[in-house]
Write a protein that binds this ligand. Sequence first.
Ligand SMILES: Cc1cc2nc3c(=O)[nH]c(=O)nc-3n(C[C@H](O)[C@H](O)[C@H](O)COP(=O)(O)O)c2cc1C
Ligand SMILES: [Mn+2]
Length: 496
Amino acid sequence: MRDLRDFINACEAQGQLARVRAEVDWNLELSHVAKLNEERGGPALLFENVTGYGSPVLTSACTTTARLALIMGLPKDSSLVELMREWVRRAPNKIGPRWVETGPCKENIDKGDQINLLKFPVPKIYPRDGGRFFGTAVYVVTQDPDTGWLNLGTYRLQILDERTLGTQFIKGKHADLILKKYAQRKQPMPVAAMIGGDPLLFLMGAARLPAFESEYEFAGALRGAPIDVVRGETVNLPVPAAAEIVVEGEVDPEALRPEGPFGEYTGYYSGIGTTPRHFIKVNCVTYRHNPIFWSTTVGRAVTDTHMTMALTYGSTLWQELEAMRIPGIQSVYCPPEGAGRFLAIISVKQLYPGHAAQVGTAAISTEMGAYGLKTVIVVDDDIDAWDLPRVLWALSFRFQPSRAEFIKRGRSTPLDPSLPLDSREITSRLIIDATIPYEWKDKPVPITLDEATLRRVQARWGELFPNGAAGANGHEAAAGNGHEAGEALAPAATPM
Ligand SMILES: Cc1cc2nc3c(=O)[nH]c(=O)nc-3n(C[C@H](O)[C@H](O)[C@H](O)COP(=O)(O)O)c2cc1C
Ligand SMILES: [Mn+2]
């Protein structure tokens, strides 16, 4: 899969794409169709007839695990955790981008008076949004002027006028760190913002890789092949050759313009009215013929932003725990309902006293966890991190509030609606150790089924329930009784 068109074709071949041929207005109507579609777990949508425009809009690309699997080149019935496990497995083998002479992103080159961001069918998503957001499924490349570190980050971009994009580089995000370096030098920061290309690049933009790591190299690791890049026309930055649209420009570190508001993935606005923020002065736009404009929806869970972040934030948390060489991590799950970032569940096979506590404190000190992660739940290895009924079971019967760790101060996000609007820089955190303490000599005695009786009962299932009333092989009967997960369930779930 090299570009967005390959992805669209692959979705279509799997029956995971709907073409909307009827006319739809970019002003609210398109986003509302997408949002309702996403709430029903519907397909990716390609709007082919947007009022006043000749080129299409793609939405809902990442709303389901099946389509995230497609992007990662994995079977469509993979679970989110399987995608994350594979992400962590592929992560170490970084492959840098490959420079090529030219590519389809150069099919059209607009400079000077030709530049007009409103040439593209940019949706307005919610009524109270401050305008039309060019950048949602976008990724922005910047480069550290001292070290050459190339960063890709997904930051929303609002159309302020035909040649200006408002930005929101939240403090400490990598574009913000790099912009500070340009501020010291009193120079504008060159940037390029891309839509399209390998859809993995959007996931990379949203991934919480540590500073000084290049998302381009990481994309190479996940894809198992280099990303082909060409040089920008007016910026000395690599841009994906197969991108649909590339916006090149510069950010003046001293200049601000009103930006926002924007309906966020928390289901709330993160501020009242506009906020003065940095902006991109656009110097060149290059794009393919019939460029596909890719947009995400946001708002209350679950949208493709939530699914994207559940995969990318969860994977980077898991990967960083592995990089710390903490043994015994079985699985990590950051539920999409929490946008993959406010709540993390980690399953660990404990090997020594305090191991579960180490996992909890490590999680909140990773690049991902140190930013806004509020609650960590650590469970034993007999519970899968994504198995929420079992996690609730552990919270009820293994967790003891006096063993929770309360941390008063940590880096927060301005998006968190649980904090007052004027003080969202610092958050508290809670680490819930819902494991059975390793050092306990006398551990709670689990109830187990009798193996021989279990097998006999399973063999008689058809005779006991000739109408199939209680499930095919007794699985449901065993699953409902709350026995020790690994022990009772495994044999019952085995097909006879
Ligand atoms: C659709 C979408 C929109 C986002 N908008 C912003 C934004 O406006 N500002 C921001 O700082 N982060 C935003 N994020 C989160 C960042 O993409 C994420 O934190 C990423 O790690 C940033 O890249 P960096 O770590 O290289 O700075 C957004 C994520 C998604 C998926
Ligand atoms: Mn980064």
